[in-house]
Design a binder for this molecule. Structure first.
Ligand code: SER
Length: 838
């Protein structure tokens, strides 16, 4: 069944069951700030689920264009990742039907309309959902023991918004695929492929983290068309389905080389860029525009690998294949070609200029490209970091991302301290009252608006602005804590705040862009901080105080804080110490922090004088200048610190805190990296999963991993030893078979041979074997750019091997043994040596 046929059957199935078929909405969300692109069939229908507006009919179905960005770098490397895809779905947003109807409707289509064999189908449900398994049993003929419970069966429309338990239908690709276990089940390995998700929307998640029931529970289902086509067409990867066929044929016909990964990247990205541009996005340095830019750059790079000169011709292929379903493509084809053509040209120039440096860098480092080199490529040639990483990975190297990031933040810091540029006349900026210690939402009046570094009276949709309010709950970056993000909503528009800065004491600058409408000086705006992110930042900041105190306890007063950085997903803490912290000390520090978290110490702030605070033993930074009045932050009676940051109410709110690393970052300076709260939870989950995977792959329970690894290492050692022995024996045989002693032509016996050696050790070993055969004389062997010359001991008094080394190249050694790098063709070197001995 072709992709178009699946699409048609799906929509017909639901049309004939009273569903109104909706056309696909554009990829760019119209009014939804929670997502960059529409990435699920229900996204455009969210207001219907939330009861904000009325759907055109109680039952809907659609084939929606979708675009997903998180896996951009994965595309091409795997069998199933793509960016652009189509999602088929049926919806009852206002509860016209619920599980009792959605389940049999889906089963009927799958088993009768699409005729998938029942023996191949499995179903999963959420463990808390009692009704769904019951309905599957009652309303369909799925085998009852093929209904599985899975904790992952809960779907969220985004970081906020509608969500609820779901039930998924899976296809069995057969025991040959995946783990091979007879008792394998869905979501265990590659064997089962999920192709239809039936979501039973019941809740609405608000920005402040509360979950309220939806006005009426509804149904949202989603079936990835490309995935369904792989099932129906019996192929193993999505790029083999008919929907990609014309594109891959084009790529094969136009390319000089065959490279699977690059072919897939080009095929996927061509579809992605065509649809994204047709829906109004242009390349830029942020948001959607940046995603598009990366898409075009990556496609250009891989087209280069393939020797595919006419990338833009691929756009015509996409349009021809998809225009019946998406008529907007035909009308905008020329625009797409122009935009892609220009962006690709610009990128090729960047590539050309930067490649030379890149090549030099690659040659210098065998494994890891230092962060500063990657930063230099970025800074000087505009090489995007993803590109450097991707090119490096192709040559088996990694990029030190931490080093790169620190280059980037140093640069940000440099441009920030050049206040003259960004904040031309700092004193003229209006001060703002900060209310964010207690509130996450507040009202304020716009005192000043700036755009492109200049004062303006008003700004319009899409423009980047700096907004200054008389009052704001937004925390401006300072004291190591990052600035808040969030939304400012005024009477005529909304600003998405990406960062908050403090150009000077008492001034809060909201940096962001107008997501919708306009804003003008004098507007009253509601300023709402991203609460979830702020909570995470607060957890990390409080955890940093606990860390500081614990370090002092364990290491003494010499561990003086030198700086810190506090973000939503981790915190780094720098302190002075002339040695590494031992593992045992680090464990004690970590234990102490978590002990104080469990002790649930209350937060207390006091405003007092600097002198009094210090007299009470409050910790502070010596280099920092404090005003006379200071804010002292204490947790219980355990730690007090001078600090302006935002914190949790009680240390228990920090959640788990984990020290990830401790390392030197300069002479006498150490850095601890720590995660807390959800970030720590994520690390723990990931580590457990990694350990689990590792244990599974080595076939032992996790507890036995160390033992198993030790066993394997021992086995490896033995195998290596055995290999060396065998090589030695092999060498002896080889040497015996082929050595030609050139003794008749020279005054001392000589063997000069080219051999296969992977290192100097094995080359020397060849020389020894030859010398054994020769008894007395000279041996010269070369292999893989190296040479070894040996003189038998009885001759060493008269003949110094060093005399011959210049014939071969550069190196050194003793009179009886010289070795080094071969710089001359072996035959020439042998002839020179033979002449000399003659
Ligand atoms: N919204 C769900 C998904 O994207 C089902 O449509 O999977």
């Amino acid at each position: 069944m072709t992709g178009s046929e699946i699409r048609r059957r799906f929509l017909e199935h639901f049309a004939s069951r009273e569903h109104r078929i909706l056309p696909s909405a554009p990829l760019v969300p119209q009014r939804d700030p929670t997502t960059l692109f529409i990435s699920a069939g229900m996204h455009p229908l969210k207001p219907y689920f939330q009861g904000v507006s009325r759907p055109p009919a109680p039952r809907l179905a659609s084939c929606q264009k979708c675009f997903r960005t998180p896996d951009l770098e994965e595309v091409g490397k795997t069998d199933r990742h793509n960016t652009f895809f189509e999602m088929l779905g049926n919806f009852a947003p206002t509860g016209d039907y619920f599980k009792e109807t959605a389940i049999p409707l889906a089963w009927e289509l799958v088993t009768e309309g699409l005729k998938l064999p029942k023996a191949k189908l499995r179903v999963t449900v959420h463990p808390d959902d009692e009704e769904s398994p019951e309905l599957w049993r009652k309303e369909t003929d799925v085998r009852p023991d093929w209904i599985y419970r899975n904790h992952d069966n809960w779907w969220y429309a985004g970081t906020t918004g509608p969500n609820g338990p779901d039930s998924e239908i899976w296809f069995d690709r057969g025991p040959e695929v995946g783990c091979g276990r007879p008792d394998c089940y869905p979501d265990h390995c590659e064997r089962f492929l999920e192709f239809w998700n039936l979501v039973f929307m019941q809740y609405d998640l608000h920005t402040d983290g509360t979950r309220v029931p939806l006005p009426r529970p509804g149904v949202d289902t989603g079936m990835g068309l490309e995935r369904m086509a792989t099932v129906m067409q019996g192929v193993t990867n999505i790029f083999e389905i008919d929907l990609y066929k014309p594109l891959l044929e084009f790529i094969h016909a136009e390319s000089k080389k065959r490279r699977t990964v690059s072919e897939r990247v080009v095929a996927d990205h061509l579809r992605g860029m065509t649809f994204v541009i047709a829906d109004g996005v242009l390349p830029s340095n942020e948001g959607r525009g940046y995603v598009l830019r990366r898409l075009i750059r990556r496609a250009t790079l891989h087209a280069g690998h393939l020797g595919l000169a006419r990338l833009t011709d691929g756009i015509g292929v996409v349009v021809a294949a998809m225009k019946d379903q998406y008529p907007e493509l035909a009308a905008r084809q020329d625009l797409v070609r122009t935009v892609v053509g220009q962006e690709a040209d610009k990128f090729r120039q960047t590539l050309e200029q930067g490649m030379e440096l890149f090549e030099r860098v690659i040659d210098k480092y065998e494994k890891v490209i230092p962060g500063e080199e990657a930063f230099r490529l970025h800074d000087t040639f505009g090489f995007p970091i993803e590109l450097t990483r991707e090119l490096a990975a192709e040559r088996g190297r990694e990029v030190d991302m931490e080093g790169f990031e620190s280059g980037m933040s140093a640069q940000r810091e440099r441009s920030r301290t050049m206040t003259g540029d960004r904040w031309p006349d700092v004193k003229a900026l209006p001060p703002s009252e900060f209310t964010g210690y207690r509130k996450l939402e507040d009202r304020g009046r716009v005192l000043l608006l700036r755009r492109g570094g200049r004062e303006v009276e008003q700004a319009a949709e899409g423009e980047e602005v700096e907004v200054f309010l008389n009052r704001s709950p937004f925390y401006a970056e300072s004291g190591g804590q990052v600035g808040d993000t969030g939304v400012l909503t005024g009477p005529n528009g909304r600003v998405r705040v990406d960062d908050t800065q403090r150009p000077t004491e008492g001034v809060i600058a909201h940096l962001g862009s107008l997501e919708m409408g306009s804003v003008k000086v004098g507007d009253r705006m509601t300023a709402a901080v991203d609460a979830g992110r702020r909570d995470q930042v607060a957890r990390h900041h409080s955890a940093t105080h606990l860390l500081h105190k614990a370090l002092r306890e364990v290491l003494g007063e010499q561990a003086v804080q030198k700086g810190s950085w506090v973000g939503p997903d981790h915190t780094t803490f720098d302190f002075s110490l002339n040695r590494a912290v031992t593992r045992e000390e680090l464990e004690r520090v970590g234990h102490r922090i978590n002990q104080q978290i469990r002790a649930a110490l209350g937060f207390k702030e006091t405003h007092t004088t600097y002198a009094k605070a210090v007299a009470q033993g409050a910790m502070h930074l010596f280099e920092e200048k404090y005003g006379d009045q200071v804010r002292m932050v204490c947790f219980g009676g355990w730690t007090c610190e001078l600090c302006g940051g935002t914190h949790v109410k009680n240390t228990a709110d920090v959640g788990p805190a984990l020290i990830l690393s401790e390392a030197s970052v300069g002479a006498g300076l150490r850095r601890i990296d720590l995660v807390a709260g959800e970030a720590a939870e994520a690390v723990i989950r990931r580590r457990f999963a990694e350990l689990g995977d590792l244990a599974r792959s080595l076939n032992v329970p996790v507890e036995r991993l160390p033992e198993r690894v030790a066993e394997l290492r021992e086995q490896l050692r033995q195998v290596q030893r055995r290999l060396l022995e065998l090589e030695d024996r092999l060498r002896a045989v080889e040497v015996g078979e082929r050595s030609q002693i050139r003794e008749r032509t020279t005054r001392v016996p000589l063997i000069a041979e080219r051999v296969q050696a992977r290192d100097l050790d094995s080359l020397r070993s060849y020389a020894d074997r030859y010398l054994e055969r020769l008894g007395s004389g000279v041996v010269a062997v070369v292999g893989d750019g190296m040479f070894v010359i040996k003189v038998s001991r009885d001759l060493a008094g008269e003949l110094d091997a060093n005399r011959f080394k210049a014939f071969f190249g550069t190196g050194g050694g003793r009179p009886e043994l010289v070795q080094g790098k071969l710089t001359r063709p072996a035959e020439d070197a042998f002839n020179l040596l033979e002449d000399a001995l003659r």
